[in-house]
Design a protein around this ligand. Structure first.
Ligand code: C2O
Ligand code: CU
Length: 469
């Protein structure tokens, strides 16, 4: 904690609880307000599903397996990371427009945080919304073992909700005894990826969560799984999409919404009457999978039309579409990549080498960046000029889906997807052979990652970086 700042020490808030406003002690010191958190990455034995499952040797950032950090817009986050794990780690603040040095990408923006060492993350998140944080090092294993948390920046509600729930979707790759099953395989990495056996919401299986009967409830839904794409829908209640990746949009009645890894969806839901239930489903499965049940409690509220209010938009520079530079990125399999950059920086021409690295399956613009070689930086995919507007066409030349994430900025999705107009996001899901255009102003200088957030795709070639100067 720094002198001269008003510090706010956050009490432990867990995603599992119905999060109204947590009462947090505020120490009155003069100056700016800070939220101070110590995140101690360590192995912790937790029960999965929480409460009654077998013991799992999870890797987490805190004693509560899914720490939730809440800030009000304008507050500073001072997060001290300590690494008590046997391997290097880092923290990436997904979707937050941080200064580049706080972005948490080993070799690109900081040194990896070695075992026994620490790192101080310190920034003021500029935008409100639902975000998360995760390791960016050996991500398939570290994320699968649990290294993630939620970051919420409050201040976007014009009309307050009656209650709020944070719902974190993730699979656990564990067997019935709680032992981890393989996080990846070569065959799966070349396809849709490795799925966990146990599907959870807030580390529970289809939990029953109380909501105020007839009230308007904000659901902050986060897909932090490394692989699974969910198609979310609600039965037994009306609901509207109010934000994507934390960014408000004109409320859109929810039919269903496809949520890839790393994507977030905020809903306003009219809670069912006393004792009644609404069910959140994933329809992207042979049989709809119930993810959570929302049970109305307390006295019924008077009937009134369901008219969710729009969130207050964040303050983004509007891209100048007429003058924007146009770029295109093609996501493909490495089988048609013309060259592969190896970990020692050597460039392999495919014609010269029939034996591709067993662990390289994917490419962006015919280039792969193998995970083992994070430290051997390939050249940037493109270089952008700070303050200028860009439109990037993202082309999926494969038959798989890819949630494409850009670090460091929030983009506008130009081609309406899933019925949403004026959508802003940091991750956009491309369907097979799909394409879409995104637009943004290159506002923060630095070196930023761009990759598929199906982590096995990322780690087997579908990642790159770009520079803003
Ligand atoms: Cu959540 Cu590099 O990403
Ligand atoms: Cu992918």
């Amino acid at each position: 904690m720094r002198i001269g700042r008003r510090a706010l020490l956050l009490g432990a808030a867990t995603a599992g609880a119905t999060l109204a406003r947590p009462s947090t002690p505020r120490l009155a010191i003069t100056g700016e307000e800070s939220v101070v958190r110590r995140l101690v990455a360590a192995e912790r034995r937790i029960r999965v599903p929480s409460g009654d499952g077998p013991e799992v040797a999870a890797w987490t950032f805190a004693d509560e397996p899914l720490p939730v950090i809440r800030l009000r817009q304008g507050e500073r986050l001072q997060a001290r990371l300590e690494n008590r794990l046997p391997e290097p780690i880092s923290i990436h603040w997904h979707g937050i427009r941080v200064p580049n040095a706080m972005d948490g990408v080993p070799y690109l923006t900081q040194e990896p945080v070695m075992s026994g060492q620490g790192f101080d993350y310190d920034f003021v998140p500029p935008d409100t919304g639902t975000f998360f944080f995760h390791t960016h090092c050996n991500t398939i294993e570290q994320l699968s073992r649990g290294l993630a948390g939620v970051l919420i920046v409050e201040g976007d509600e014009v009309v307050p909700h009656d209650a709020e729930l944070v719902l974190v979707l993730r699979d656990w790759r564990i067997d019935a005894a709680g032992a981890f099953t393989p996080f990846t395989s070569d065959a799966a990495a070349a396809k849709a990826g490795t799925f966990g056996r146990l599907r959870t919401v807030n580390d529970r299986v289809a939990p029953v969560l109380d909501v105020p009967a007839g009230g308007d409830v904000r659901l902050r839904i986060l897909n932090v799984d490394a692989t699974r794409i969910a198609e979310l829908g609600v039965e037994g209640a009306e609901a509207a999409v109010i934000a994507t990746d934390g960014n408000g949009l004109p409320p859109l009645p929810l039919t269903s919404w496809r949520l890839g890894p790393a994507m977030r969806l905020d809903l306003t839901l009219r809670a069912p009457g006393p004792g009644q239930e609404a069910v959140l489903y994933d329809y992207f499965a042979p049989e709809p999978v119930p993810l959570a049940r929302l049970r109305g409690t307390g006295p019924a509220r008077p009937d009134r039309p369901f008219a969710p209010a729009a969130l207050r938009p964040s303050d983004f520079a509007e891209p100048d579409l007429a003058r924007a530079d146009k770029l295109r990125l093609t996501f493909q399999t490495s089988a048609i990549a013309s060259e592969i950059v190896l970990k020692d920086g050597q460039v392999l021409r495919l014609a010269d080498n029939l034996c591709l690295s067993a662990a390289t399956h994917w490419a962006i613009d015919r280039r792969s960046w193998p995970e083992q070689g994070h430290q051997a930086l390939p050249p940037p995919l493109f270089e952008l000029v700070q303050g200028r507007s860009y439109v990037i066409e993202l082309v999926n030349a494969t038959q798989y889906q890819h949630p494409i994430h850009l670090h460091g900025l929030t983009f506008q999705v130009l081609d309406p997807r899933q019925g949403a107009v004026g959508q802003r996001a940091d991750t956009v899901l491309l369907g097979p052979r799909d394409r879409t255009r995104i637009a943004f102003v290159a506002d923060t200088p630095g070196d930023w990652m761009l990759h598929c957030h199906i982590i096995e795709h990322q780690e087997t070639g579908m990642m790159g970086w770009f520079r803003i100067t």
